[in-house]
Ligand binder design. Sequence first.
Ligand SMILES: C[S@@+](CC[C@H](N)C(=O)[O-])C[C@H]1O[C@@H](n2cnc3c(N)ncnc32)[C@H](O)[C@@H]1O
Length: 216
Amino acid sequence: MPERSLIRNVMTSPDPRRHAPATARNREPILDVLRRVLPEAGHALEIGSGTGEHAVFFAQALPAWQWTPTEADPDALASIQAWIAASGLTNVDPPRLLDVQAADWGVPPVDAILACNVIHYAPWATTPALLEGAARLLRPGGVLYLYGPYRRGGQHTAPSNAEFDVWLKQRNPVFAVRDLDEVQAEAEARGLVLCEVVEMPANNLSVVFRKAAMTP
Ligand SMILES: C[S@@+](CC[C@H](N)C(=O)[O-])C[C@H]1O[C@@H](n2cnc3c(N)ncnc32)[C@H](O)[C@@H]1O
């Protein structure tokens, strides 16, 4: 079953840390892919960081990377900040408010952009906006990493993904499991080349795009 967003606070108030149980299940498989596709060191911009659990886990596991978590939802920032503070990590920046549909993301060029479980929890317009921003802000050769469930060739890849799609649309009619072919077409129109599609647990995919490196 794909990852329904079940978020609760770790403890009762005043601890602002939120907990999404799916992050504990998917973070190791995601990290395995990141270790393989990312260079040794760099600066990563995480889109839709949610609770902030992924940010601290990946930053701890990849200490040569500087991590910038971001969120479109201002209510999520306190949780992300609290996870960072509790981690004691020095390679995670304070969370930034960032809606990918903004014309200017207000951040410098980066080596990687990650968006886990974002594009199906948002209107379709979020996907081209994310790709546009990635094409603009990634350094040549930089990686755009997407994680989540996808349709392929217009079809769901598993019954659980079809059920999840129904559940998403009941939650918000503009949410939907996206078709990888459509995402790829939008990406390649912006110079982001599909490098890898990795099957992940629970019928999710890791989708890795790379911005074309500049020729000398
Ligand atoms: C299901 S949560 C995923 C959180 C986290 N990445 C994870 O995998 O647990 C989806 C997140 O996408 C964010 N989001 C939705 N639309 C967005 C947009 N236009 N720009 C940036 N983030 C957005 C939401 O605020 C939400 O936190």
